[in-house]
Design a protein around this ligand. Sequence first.
Ligand SMILES: *[C@@H]1O[C@H](CO)[C@@H](O)[C@H](O)[C@H]1NC(C)=O
Ligand SMILES: *[C@@H]1O[C@H](CO)[C@@H](O)[C@H](O)[C@H]1NC(C)=O
Length: 230
Amino acid sequence: MATFLHLLISPYSILFSLLLLLLLPFPSHSTDPSPLQDFCVADLKSPFFINGFPCKNPSDVTSNDFFYNGLANNPNNYNNLGVDLQQVTAVQFPGLNTLGISMNRVAFRPGGLNPPHVHPRASELSLVTEGKFYVGWITTNYTLYSKIVSAGELFIIPPGLIHFQLNVGEGNARFYASFNSQNPGIQIVGQALFNTTPTVLDEVLVKALQTNQTIIDLIKNKFSKINPSF
Ligand SMILES: *[C@@H]1O[C@H](CO)[C@@H](O)[C@H](O)[C@H]1NC(C)=O
Ligand SMILES: *[C@@H]1O[C@H](CO)[C@@H](O)[C@H](O)[C@H]1NC(C)=O
């Protein structure tokens, strides 16, 4: 018995436990899982629902599966806030499936705003290629980090935090965002409150925003004209 207790609290067993803790995968880690093969080009037509997409038969995979020219065109699909967003996730570019990365091209007209939003499944690293932005993000203790960034400069957004970009330059502006997920997800704060199906009970919105029904109706009416899939 004494030997057993001795073993449990010996410096070796403590060291062993610490090593074990370091080697075990962190259960709270939220990035995409690692691939188990060189590639797994998404089979978007598969009837199965799994985490990600099932693989296309590797013998049907060609070089074309690893190239994508969808960002070669000029932006021409600006929304009512003056932003053209081209997402390149595993849906648009099936070769990305299981690789844990993706990209967006975000183009802005003068004054264009990418409104406060979050990517629930990814960190973001972005390169400004044209123009000038006011970029900001907000921590969970409500600190705002922000800066004016210009062409050639990078910015990062930690995972799941609210952020925005406003074109503050004279002309068009553009940045390319990269994500550590094949499917980072986008949730726009305003739409999440005012343009859901079914809608959030007005009483929730009136109380949450400390306002009245007239104001809530006004905002809801504006958001109802926005395509929620933007
Ligand atoms: C929030 O976090 C930052 C960074 O850790 C700290 O400097 C700041 O004091 C915090 N603010 C509040 C209101 O707790
Ligand atoms: C609602 O709030 C706005 C802004 O405070 C105010 O101007 C308006 O009179 C209010 N309407 C009602 C019906 O209370």
